[in-house]
Write a protein that binds this ligand. Sequence first.
Ligand code: PGA
Length: 229
Amino acid sequence: MRYLIVANWKLNKTISEAIEWLKEFGIQKTEFRSQNVKIVVCPSFTVLSELQRELKKTKLPIKLGAQNVSQFEKGQYTGEVSAGMLQGLVNYVIIGHSEIRKHFGETDQIISEKAKQCEKYGITPILCASNLDQLRGCEKAKDLVVAYEPLEAISTEGEFHPDDPDHANEIAGKIKEIIGSKNRVLYGGSVHKDNVKYFAARKNIDGLLVGQASLDAERFVEILKKMKN
Ligand code: PGA
């Protein structure tokens, strides 16, 4: 199974900033071996089609993901973006991120409906969960990827409070017992170039979800370079 590294840009980057990131990434690319990793970048909706165009041109080894999706298919839901609209544009969608649970009241029920929408349109859901209970309703989703993200570890950059890699590995193992050992489990929360090797070495962790440290292409490539073996 190739290691999966997902960049979550959150509420950052205009179209021109995203294109600039891609240029920077292209310059650095020779420094890592892309056959060892699968790279997914999740920008805002507004940037997706432009990035898709650029990726076709540059042939950089990056797949696109969205940071959210509606639980609804279509209709009177102002401001929403459906899985059908994302089909053909992204391969992955992040669902259940703790920031959306917290700021927008997303519940396990809503998240499981989002997973169903992803399944219907052939998009792989990356379900973020800070504990095993948050897998509820999504356990059987097709090709489900789970990102284990302990709340206290998210966005602590500057201070850096990542989870203990052994603990993260233990939880990842428990997640696999629920979702199946063939499904990927990622770790997310304060990942940066100096701690990446500790998580990468753990047997139940199949990839990383990277926030802050993915915003700068050079720093992101530093993480990818640690994936050589
Ligand atoms: P962080 O964010 O890497 O900035 O901690 C991770 C996430 O929230 O997905």
